[in-house]
Design a protein around this ligand. Structure first.
Ligand code: PMP
Ligand code: GLN
Length: 393
């Protein structure tokens, strides 16, 4: 993985030398500087439910969480996370010993990898990978082993033989992400079953990032922890940012057996110790929202997916219509383009839109060089305007 911004950082240690500024910061700054429509960084342009914002404001004003909350998270939120896992997936977790609240999924990923990995361990991750995975594996002194999702019949698919072949005696864990950012792939029940069998056979831990669990447009989300033999070896990670459209609140969580939660908590307490006190109470309320909220949120985004996917198709891109997440990956080759990073850097000047070049999420840069990602968690009129601008390319 190369740094998206070439820069001179003489003090940065060797483990992090390849990691410059994240692509999200670079592209959001570019959008702000050029006044472009920002379909780059994945954040909604409409806040989540007003009653949840009111719950946060009430928490602040009544002194709930204004001082350090308990290290594992406030009991109300831990209970709400456990109830959510039971309600949606029939998975039972003890709120006291099997749930840990974190500063977003980002801290959950960092703490988990720092806690579980020894220097030199290998981590298998699906490529393209979310950018913090590579950085956190590097911070832990471990080595990432990518297994590349490849375009096939309009979607990015996992080659199970390749996954199986990637396991070595040094493999410590599988780091999965489904629904998958940036490709929008949702691993199928058959793929998840094969992954679970492999993990059991080779006695691997599995860390699964499920922050888009409520954004599956076809079928239902299947948590890996629910498959045979998986509960005891799986660290499941999620967060409130995507599901409730409050990405700035940074409330995330881990669910896992007590020994794994205890390990992750040991690392987590020296990262932030705690975060987001009043927001934890508000998210406890959010998780208990009725099914109508979750269904409405998903339906709204499914409609937005179709608007942007159709717009991108009309503009000439090859579109991989996602089965989950709020991102669409496209291939720019039909437009006569060869390099996604150059394309994305030039796009604001050319038509006032910002997108993310997927190649920065690859070790094998060539595998992702012509792919570009677009976020559709934006107002309908914004998506229509973006599609209009892209048609002029
Ligand atoms: N994992 C994935 C796959 C993501 O797309 C993101 C970005 N939201 C995160 C983790 C980080 O989540 P959070 O904002 O809760 O830290
Ligand atoms: N997860 C968001 C995305 O993929 C970005 C979060 C961030 O900026 N770190 O766009």
């Amino acid at each position: 993985m190369t740094a998206p911004v070439s820069s001179n950082r003489p003090f940065l240690n060797r483990r992090l030398a390849a990691f410059g500024t994240t692509i999200f910061a670079e592209m959001s700054a570019l959008a702000a500087r050029t006044g472009s429509i920002n379909l780059g960084q994945g954040f909604p342009d409409t806040d989540g439910p007003a009653r949840i914002a009111e719950a946060a404001s009430r928490a602040v004003l009544t002194g709930l969480g204004n001082q350090y909350p308990p290290g594992p998270g406030v009991p109300e939120l831990r209970a709400a996370v456990a109830a959510h896992q039971q309600r949606f997936y029939g998975l039972g977790y003890d709120p006291d010993s099997e749930v840990l609240v974190t500063a977003g999924a980002t801290e959950a990923i960092a703490a988990t990898l720092l806690a579980l990995l020894e220097p030199g361990d290998e981590v298998i991750a699906l490529e393209p990978f979310y950018d913090s995975y590579a950085a956190c594996i590097a911070m832990a002194g471990a080595a990432r082993v990518p297994v590349t999702l490849r375009p096939h019949a309009g979607a990015f698919t996992l080659d199970l033989d390749e996954l199986r072949a990637a396991v070595t005696p040094r493999t410590r864990l599988l780091l999965l992400n489904t629904p998958h950012n940036p490709t929008g792939t949702v691993l199928t029940p058959a793929e998840l079953t094969a992954i679970a069998e492999l993990a059991v056979e080779r006695d691997l831990l599995v860390v699964t990032d499920e922050v888009y669990e409520h954004l599956v447009f076809e079928g239902a989300h299947v948590p890996l922890a629910g498959l045979p033999g998986m509960r005891e070896r799986t660290v499941s990670i999620s967060s409130a940012g995507k599901t409730f459209s409050f990405t700035g609140w940074k409330v995330g969580w881990v669910t896992a057996p007590p020994e794994l939660v205890a390990a992750v908590r040991s690392a987590k307490q020296y990262l932030t110790y705690v975060a987001s006190g009043p927001f934890q109470y508000a998210i406890a309320e959010a998780l208990a929202l009725p099914d109508a909220y979750y269904d409405g949120f998903r339906a709204d985004l499914a409609a937005k997916r179709d608007i942007l996917a159709d717009g991108l198709t009309a503009a000439g891109f090859e579109v991989f219509r996602p089965r989950g997440t709020y991102f669409i990956t496209t291939d720019i080759t039909p437009l006569g383009e060869k390099d996604g990073l150059a394309f994305c850097r030039a796009l604001p000047e050319r038509c006032g839109v910002v997108a993310i070049p997927n190649q920065v999420f690859y070790d094998d840069q060539d595998a992702g060089r012509t792919q570009v990602r677009w976020a559709f968690c934006k107002k309908t009129e914004v998506l229509r305007e973006a599609a209009e601008r892209l048609r002029r390319l």
